[in-house]
Design a protein around this ligand. Sequence first.
Ligand SMILES: Cc1ncc(COP(=O)(O)O)c(C=O)c1O
Length: 377
Amino acid sequence: MKSESIYDTYDRKTNLHFDSRVVHGALGCEPVTGAVSFPIFQTATFRHRGFGLSTGYDYTRVQNPTRQELERTMAILENGEEGFAFSSGQAANMAVFGLLKPGDHVLLSDDIYGGTYRICSEFLRQAGCKFTCLDMGDPAAVEAAIRQETRMLFVETPTNPTMKTADIRALAEMAERHGLLLAVDNTFLTPYFQKPLELGAHIVVHSGTKYLCGHNDVVAGLAAVRRKALADHFRLQMKTRGNGLSPFDSWLLLRGLKTLSLRMEKHNANARAVAEWLKRHNRVKKVYDPGIGGMLSFELDSEEAVHRLLSNVNMILFAESLGGAETLITYPLTQTHESIPCEIRQRLGINERLVRLSVGVEDVRDIIWDLKQALES
Ligand SMILES: Cc1ncc(COP(=O)(O)O)c(C=O)c1O
C-alpha cells in the first residue's frame, strides 16, 4: 500500500545538545496544526483514503504516531537507528530474549533485576536455552564463561541492588571478537549519564517506568538498537505479541522526558549527599554507592533496624520501583529480588539487612532528616 505519511521525515537533532534533544523530541511540534505538545492519537485504527492508499498508519498495535514520536525520540537520545516503546520494561526484555533460539546460551549480570532473572529461569529454560549469571565487572571471568553456543551478553550497569559496574566498551569488544550480541539495561543511568550504543552495545533497554518517565505514573519499556535486522526483530515482536505502549502512556513518557536532564542532575546531587551522610551514621554498616545517578543501597546492623526504618519513614515512601520525583525506599529481599534463589541472594549481599533507596528530587535536607528520624526511632 502506498504510504503518504506526513510524519515520515523527522529531524535527528544532531546539531542539538542532549539537554535540547530531550525537550524537542523527534518531530517535536505536530506539523499540521503546530501543536507544541505532540498530540495523543487516541485511535485504534486509521482510515484509508482509497484502495491502495495508506497514511502510513493502519492499526495502533502495529504503529501509532504518538508512540512513533516517543520511539524516534528514544532512538535520538540513545543514538540508535530505531527505538521501540513497549507496555513494560519486562515486555522490552522479553523481546530481547526472544532473539535466542533453542540451544543458545546467554551470560547475565549476577546481581540483576529479579524480573529479568525470572524471564531466564522460567521462559528461557522452557525455550531450551541456557544461562549463566556472573560478575560482568570481571572481563576475564566473562571471557572464560563464553561457550560455543553463547549468543548474548546481557548486562545491567550499575546492577540492581548492589550497584556493581561493568565496562561496556570492554564487553562490546569481547562481543565483537566472539560474534555475540551485547544488550545493556540502562534503566539506572539513562542516556543522560550513559549511552551504551555509543560504547558498542547492540541493544539498549529500559524500564521506562523509572527515570525516563520520572513521575511514577506509567509502566513502560523502551529499547533502541543499532542494526536494521535487530530493529525488524523488535518490530515483529511488538506486532505479534501486541505489547506496544498505548498512545496516552506514550504521551506521558514524552512529557516526562522533557525534564530528564534537570531531574537526573538533581537525583545525582541528592544521592551523593545522602550517601555521604549514610556513610557517617553508626547504624549503617555498608553503603553501595555507584557514585553517579540517583540510586544507592545500604546495609544496617540488624534486620530489626530495617523493619523500624521501613515502618517509620514519613516523607520517604516505602514502595517498589525507582526513578520518580519521590524518594522511595525498597526492601529487595521481599520486593524486587524475591525471584532470585536464596543462596544467590546471600552470596551477592541481598540479605535481610539491605535496603535500596531511589533518591528523589525533594530538598535533600528533608530526605536526610526523614532517614535520621526513622533510623533513630
Ligand atoms: C533494572 C530494571 N530493568 C527492568 C525492569 C522491569 O521493568 P518494568 O517494571 O517496567 O516492567 C525493572 C523494574 O524494576 C528494573 O529495575
